[in-house]
Design a binder for this molecule. Structure first.
Ligand code: NAD
Ligand code: UGA
Length: 457
């Protein structure tokens, strides 16, 4: 039996530890956080995040071998293995502002671990970190006279929100990096043994520490690059009457390219793609590789361009003014099946329309609370409406910003009847049947597709 601790009860710490607890009933798993309200929510019926299948997993082991606690110090003292899953956002101040990772939470955690440890520990980097962070971690952990044996292991997380439980239960791979020393190898084996409870051994790959740390940044950069690549071509499609979904299908059948992650959209969001690519850019600059830095930076710039292009299209299609017009935004979450609105393109479009003095109504099945918080001051000029039908009443336009399946199944004839005319639909996710919407009477603009506009009568 091992005492496993996770510091950070967020989108990664909560779900990953719940699955580890469920799959390893002989281990005791505790998740701690400095945010007491989050811990209270994890202990309640209303978990702090929405994630399909999460509640079932939590309920199956909570208070058996899975515990949530605000007592960080006490549980550090008791732990054998400590996963660190604190936030590593983009730095907003000083050197590297806007690109480098802000490692203050990370470093505080390292110091806390040192301060409250009395026994040897394996410290696992679960957060996404700049390459060579483990070296700094080791220096902090070995900085006092006691010289307690600590081993630092890298085990980056590859789950996607909305499919976190599925990804954890059946991962493409688990990556574990450690020092090539006798104690490093023992630490690595201890982490391999946890995952081997349910992950086939050939999918648990082991590398050196730096490859493991850097692989995480590179994986996110490659995924985001595919989206920016297809989005860049969507702009060309809109000029040439080519259809981006036909192109994605045609190129995706090439097994070297593959069909996944080729959905053109209003842009990628989420707390990680942008921050991790900018971190990669910063690292390249730091190591004197400006050409490599510019190459990856363009992935982020293309994403900003795609979002700007989308709201410009709304404006120009609606006769260059939306002031005083009700516009219903369908979706606030950065993707379907999550309540997370961090870096959501939906909120960027929302802000741009508020700026244009549109009367914005936002609807989303799970993300309205987070949207209200993230919009800050702008939230006062937005109506939050859980019912999409009510959101659309008297609206001049609907913009689909999150690919929630429920938006596909709505009665668009009834919605059309309730709207101001001419009625527009801007499909930022290409999930609707555009021809049938056009035949109902809508003017339809989708990403990377010829517009379907009724001629003036
Ligand atoms: P999050 O903000 O949801 O959770 C981080 C938690 O850490 C917060 O609740 C915060 O209160 C807590 N925390 C910070 N400092 C602490 C301290 N000293 N002691 C105890 N708790 C502390 O962040 P997240 O989305 O879970 O991401 C965590 C890390 O995992 C990041 O590095 C991120 O890049 C990476 N990651 C995230 C995802 C994802 O889907 N969100 C996927 C893979 C990797
Ligand atoms: C992403 C990665 O997929 C995970 O492997 C990684 O662990 C995680 O980041 C992380 O490090 O945080 P996530 O951001 O949760 O996961 O969700 P994705 O499914 O990757 O979607 C990211 C964004 O891209 C969303 O806004 C989504 O709508 C958009 N997207 C995705 C597209 O616009 N088109 C696509 O084809 C796919």
């Amino acid at each position: 039996m091992a005492n496993i601790l996770c510091i950070g009860a967020g989108y990664v710490g909560g779900p990953t530890m719940a699955v580890i607890a469920q799959k390893c009933p002989e281990h005791r798993v505790v998740v701690v956080d400095i945010d007491g309200t989050k811990i209270t929510a994890w202990q309640s019926d209303r978990l702090p995040i929405y994630e399909p299948g999460l509640k079932e997993v939590v309920l199956s082991c909570r208070d058996k071998n899975l515990f949530f606690s605000p007592e960080v110090e006490r549980h550090i003292a008791e732990a054998d293995i400590i996963f660190v899953s604190v936030n590593t956002p983009t730095k907003t101040f000083g050197q590297g502002a806007g690109k480098a990772a802000d490692l203050q939470y990370w470093e505080k955690t390292a110091r806390l671990i040192l301060q409250h440890s009395r026994t040897p520990k394996i410290v696992v980097e679960k957060s996404t970190l700049p390459v060579r962070t483990a070296e700094a971690m080791e220096q902090i952990l070995h900085s006092d006279d006691r010289d307690l044996p600590f081993d630092v292991v890298s085990n980056p997380e590859f789950l996607s929100e909305g499919t976190a439980i599925r990804n954890m239960e059946n991962p493409d791979r688990v990556l574990i990096g450690a020092r090539d020393t006798p104690s490093g190898r023992r630490a690595m084996q201890a982490i391999v043994d946890i995952y081997a409870h349910w992950v086939p051994r050939e999918r648990i790959i082991t590398t050196n520490l730096w490859s493991s740390e850097l692989s995480k940044l590179v994986a996110n950069a490659f995924l985001a690059q595919r989206i920016s690549s297809i989005n860049s071509i969507s702009a060309l499609c809109e000029k040439t009457e080519a259809d981006i979904q036909e192109i994605a299908h045609a190129i995706g059948l090439d097994s070297r390219i593959g069909p996944r992650f080729l959905n053109a959209s209003v842009g990628f969001g989420g707390s990680c793609f942008k921050k991790d690519i900018l971190n990669l850019v910063y690292l390249c600059e730091h190591y004197g590789l400006p050409e490599v830095a510019r190459y990856w930076e363009q992935v982020v710039r293309m994403n900003e361009y795609q979002q700007a292009r989308f709201h410009s299209c709304i404006l120009s299609s609606m006769f260059n003014t939306v002031a005083g017009k009700r516009i219903a935004l369908f979706g606030g979450a950065f993707k379907a099946n999550t309540s997370d609105t961090r870096e959501s393109p939906a909120l960027n479009v929302c802000r741009a329309l508020v700026e244009e003095r549109a009367e914005v109504v936002l609807t989303d099945p799970y993300a309205l609370d987070n949207a209200r918080i993230d919009l800050g001051e702008d939230a006062r000029r937005v109506t939050f409406e859980p019912d999409p039908y009510a959101a659309a009443v008297n609206a001049h336009a609907i913009a689909i910003l999150t690919e929630w399946p429920l938006f596909v199944d709505l009665d668009y004839e009834a919605i059309y009847r309730s709207m101001a005319k001419p009625a527009f639909i801007f499909d930022g996710r290409n999930i609707l049947d555009h021809r049938s919407l056009f035949s109902i009477g809508f003017n339809v603009q989708a990403i990377g597709k010829p517009p379907l506009i009724h001629p003036a009568r």
